[in-house]
Design a protein around this ligand. Structure first.
Ligand SMILES: *Cc1c(COP(=O)(O)O)cnc(C)c1O
Length: 422
């Protein structure tokens, strides 16, 4: 579904012109489409029919409270990676008992918070962590729900920074160690085995690695069955890729049917969770920025814009291509090739290179596919306020995060007495 379209040479998110939003709230601004977010979530929710799967929206791709509240309203569960994210889920009226807690280094405090909140599952990634959960559960007098996150040694065929399922990654445990962990958990009165979890990477544009991992995990669950440990639940993680440029990722429906087909063929009678993040949020959002200056050098044209790497770090962090388009198409301006760069003092501060654009100073640009791993990774580097965030609902829009003021950026800092002027 395309919620970002041109009409009369104006770029719209659903039924609101981006120029209208930019005029009202300034730039840089993240703008998300409620309709696109809902659509993508529903595709996952209906995609497994006649099976059902619990959709646990992966909070880290976009953790704005309004987005989480929208997911909760749809009936979504959540996948979190910190106590802070659990707090967000709770404040957005999400349910802890539909939430799984992933992550390799959960602190004692985070484990306590999760157990007290009634978390659905703590996804365990090491023997030391299982021991810590055991002790924490005992001290609280509760039984801890746990899944073991296995690392199936499958190559997700994606950028190395977001590939998590290879043997050398820090994530999960291999099958041999997982067997030990399941044995320990099985014999502990403090631990209740929920199931097996796996998440092999992000931005996967082929089904093969996911299906491979699934087959390995089913093999392993059969092996567990042989030693008397029945696995009733499978958490397949997230990682479905999206189209940023010319990638051809499977559709959400194709992804769901491929998984269902393997479960059928293998006669696997396990209930299912999935943890999509990017596939729900990425193409539901854009970053709007304004051209401050145009600068020509001997070799290049630069569009100097008010958005920067602190607002959107994907281009330099992952070497990611993100489409950049004009918010208003003006056919009287001649198109030229630009590097679109921000004001931050780093050569890595660019949003895109070699882009054909027809622009004048003052015009606005939209970086597409910015709904995932955009706002959540923004920082105050160069003492720049993080962008405002907007949610479009058909013909209306709301501010769901204000732009920070200078005071808000500086309020946690203090000058020790001895450094005060005499
Ligand atoms: C990041 C993450 C996800 C979501 O990944 P996407 O690529 O955004 O779908 C799901 N599960 C776990 C454990 C993660 O770390």
């Amino acid at each position: 579904m395309n919620s970002i379209t041109y009409r009369d040479n104006q770029l719209y998110v659903d039924n609101v012109a981006l120029a209208t939003i930019a005029h009202a709230v300034g730039t840089p601004a993240y703008v998300y489409s409620r309709r696109a977010l809902e659509w993508n979530w529903q595709e996952f929710n209906q995609g497994f029919s006649p099976r059902t799967a619990a959709i646990r929206y992966s909070v880290k791709s976009n953790s704005n409270l309004a987005i989480l509240a929208l997911m909760a309203k749809l009936g979504s569960g959540f996948d979190i990676v910190s106590g802070g994210e659990l707090e967000r889920v709770i404040r957005a009226h999400g349910k802890a008992n539909q939430t799984v807690f992933s992550g390799v280094a959960k602190s004692k405090k985070e484990i306590e918070f999760a157990l007290k909140s009634g978390i659905f599952s703590l996804n365990v990634e090491s023997p030391a962590e299982l021991a810590r959960i055991h002790i924490t559960a005992k001290s609280l007098g509760v039984v801890a729900p746990v899944s073991v996150r296995v690392n199936p040694d499958v190559d997700a065929i994606t950028h190395p920074h977001i590939s998590t399922g290879l043997r050398e990654a820090k994530f999960g445990v291999d099958f041999e160690q997982a067997l030990e962990l399941f044995r320990d958990a099985h014999h502990s009165e403090q631990l209740n085995i929920i199931g097996i979890a796996v998440h092999i990477g992000s931005q996967m544009t082929s089904l093969e690695p996911i299906i491979d991992a699934l087959e390995h995990v089913i093999d392993f669950s059969e092996q567990l069955g042989e030693v008397g440990i029945e696995i009733h639940h499978l958490d397949l993680g997230g990682g479905l890729g999206v189209r940023y440029r010319d990638e051809q990722p499977p559709t959400i429906r194709e992804y769901c049917s491929a998984i269902g087909e393997v479960l059928d063929r293998r006669n696997a009678a396990m209930s299912l969770s999935i943890e999509p993040g990017r596939a729900i949020t990425a193409n539901a959002g854009v970053l709007v920025t304004r051209v401050e200056y145009i600068k020509q050098t001997a070799t290049k044209n630069f569009a100097l814009v008010d958005g920067a790497m602190n607002d959107l770090i994907r281009p330099v962090l992952y070497d990611a291509w993100m489409d950049i388009v004009e918010v208003r198409q003006d056919h009287n301006i001649e198109a030229a090739l630009y590097d679109v760069v921000g004001p931050v003092c780093e050569t890595g501060d660019y949003l895109g290179k070699n882009r054909m654009l027809a622009i004048d100073p003052g015009d606005r640009l939209a970086v597409l596919g910015a709904g995932a791993y955009g706002a959540v990774m923004a920082s105050n580097y160069n003492t720049r306020p993080r962008p405002v965030e907007i949610l479009v609902d058909d013909e209306e829009f709301d501010v769901i995060r204000s732009r920070e003021s200078i005071d808000e950026m500086l309020c946690l800092e203090s000058i020790p007495d001895q450094l005060s002027p005499d």
